[in-house]
Design a protein around this ligand. Structure first.
Ligand code: NAD
Length: 476
């Protein structure tokens, strides 16, 4: 696939090309032009020029474009899923699910586009407001700079583009350099659906050059970033006076109470820790369970883990494919080897072949090991035995992160105890932390980020509140 830059409604080539590979075989599947500083400037200028056009586009028309994009995407499900499987190395079954979710997110955005309102403010609640009529409304923020990671090359792009368009904004998008081809398809579908020229502009290239130029440009009024904590920190320090949403990493914990259904826990945790090789921001990384149930849980989790098929993501039976790059698989291998040399035990897994790292379950770990304290972002999960439910909650919360956590229990009091004790943006009960419906508020506390996504919540972050105060009785 020969992809291009999309600027002001035109597809443009560039002289410098990057090769995009099949992450399982290494074979070249496409070429992508690297944007020069002048091309990034042209993309921002095109977004700036289209901003008033988008702000004036009626809500029903924005809704129609979003719905049409959803329909075009849906009718190309298999082609896009294949592209995700190839460029991201994601198992085809999960690639198809990603397309389905993106169709839902676009559809929800088309509905939300019609609900962006405001409210009347009773200004006369204070003496200063007597004789005034007040109301506020949400106005488009202008240009949204969207910077996305490799792991959900379609749905996480949709989570930025769809609310931005629903709110009447324009966008400059820079997808991850490892997985840009899916974003190209999405932009083609938006254009086919009738999006005005310049409303979405697509540039490719590295974060520190192309991404940074978008982040620092004062015409860009909002940065919506999903990626690592380190890059998030860099972005917020350089963005200047603009709104910033950061969707960062996590070390997702699962707390298993004594009364939990351990078959369910083992089955769901094997899925939650290893699907897409753990390269998911809410991948299950730490499992806390009391002594009384640990041995049984361990046996069941090992069995479930060993039943997963590892291999080529295009194989319908495979659920664990390669990591995004061999260097990433080596990083995970080193992290596990370090833990083992510090006393951890590998219960299953621990092998690597090229970019593939086998689903790995550890025990005998402690909170000072990187496999527990840092985001592993790979197919490794740790089992941690505790003395009590309270200790499980305390250890689960002892992290710098705070995206999503989960608890398995049938006891309503324990459930509410966990909800109160865990400082996470999302608490999931009787399901893994990776649960996400695309319209729910989603985002992290602490070092996991700032702001929320989930279409309605992203629209709030991508609009400014405008207050209107009208003095009455001045016309006579
Ligand atoms: P990354 O931070 O390396 O890259 C993300 C994007 O940022 C890429 O497009 C990259 O080119 C760009 N970038 C890099 N340096 C930049 C800079 N200086 N200025 C501007 N842009 C820059 O992340 P990744 O490896 O692609 O993704 C993995 C990370 O993303 C993990 O930490 C994961 O937890 C996180 N993630 C979070 C969520 C969430 O919703 N919270 C979802 C998916 C992934």
């Amino acid at each position: 696939m020969q992809a291009k830059l999309f600027i002001g409604g035109r597809w443009l080539g560039s002289c410098q090309l990057d090769l995009i590979t099949n992450k399982y075989t290494g074979e070249v599947i496409g070429e992508i032009p690297k944007a020069t500083p002048d091309e990034v400037e042209a993309a921002i200028a095109a977004a700036d020029q289209a901003a008033p056009v988008m702000a004036d586009l009626p809500a029903y028309q924005r809704a129609k474009i979003l719905l049409k994009t959803a329909q075009i995407l849906s009718s190309n499900q298999e082609e896009v899923a294949n592209l995700i499987a190839l460029e991201a190395g994601k198992a085809i079954v999960f690639a198809r699910a990603e397309v389905d979710r993106a169709v839902c997110a676009l559809t929800i955005a088309s509905e939300e586009a019609k609900r962006i309102g405001g409210e009347v403010v009773p200004l006369d609640a204070v003496p200063a407001g007597e004789g005034f009529f007040g109301m506020w409304q949400r106005r488009p923020i202008g240009i949204v700079g969207a910077i996305t990671p490799f792991n959900f090359p379609l749905n996480l792009v949709v989570h930025k583009l769809a609310p931005a368009i629903a709110a009447g904004n324009t966008v400059v998008l820079k997808p991850a350099e490892q997985t840009p081809l899916t974003a190209v398809k999405l932009c083609e579908y938006f254009a086919e659906a009738g999006l005005p020229d310049g409303a979405i502009n697509l540039v490719h290239g590295d974060g520190p050059t192309v991404g940074s130029q978008i982040v620092t440009d004062p015409r860009v009024r909002k940065i919506s970033f999903t990626g690592s904590r380190a890059v998030g920190q860099e972005i917020i320090s350089r963005a200047g006076v603009k709104k910033v949403t950061l969707e960062l990493g996590n070390t997702s914990p699962v707390v298993v109470a004594r009364d939990a259904n351990l078959d369910l826990v083992a089955n769901r945790c094997a899925f939650g820790a290893f699907y897409y090789s753990g390269q998911v921001c809410i991948s299950t990384q730490r499992i806390y369970a009391e002594k009384a149930i640990m041995e049984t849980l361990k046996e069941k989790l090992i069995k479930e883990t060993e039943s997963l098929k590892v291999g080529n993501p295009l194989d319908e039976q495979v659920t664990v494919g390669p990591m995004i790059h061999e260097d990433e698989a080596k990083r995970v291998q080193n992290c596990v080897e370090q833990a083992v040399s510090d006393g951890a035990r590998i219960l299953t897994g621990g092998q690597r072949k090229n970019a593939t790292y086998w689903p790995t379950v550890l025990d005998n770990v402690n909170g000072s090991m990187d496999v527990v304290s840092k985001e592993i972002f790979g197919p490794v999960v740790s089992l941690i035995e505790t003395e009590s439910f309270e200790e499980s909650l305390a250890l689960a919360d002892a992290t710098q992160y705070g995206l999503q956590a989960s608890i398995f229990t049938k006891d309503i009091d324990q459930m509410f105890q966990a909800i109160k004790r865990l400082d996470f943006g999302g608490i999931v009960v009787n399901e893994i932390p990776a649960f996400r419906a695309d319209h729910m508020p989603y985002g992290g506390n602490r070092q996991s980020g700032l702001g929320r996504e989930g279409i309605r919540f992203a629209i709030e972050e991508m609009t400014n509140i405008q207050m209107i105060s009208i003095k009455l009785g001045t016309s006579s």
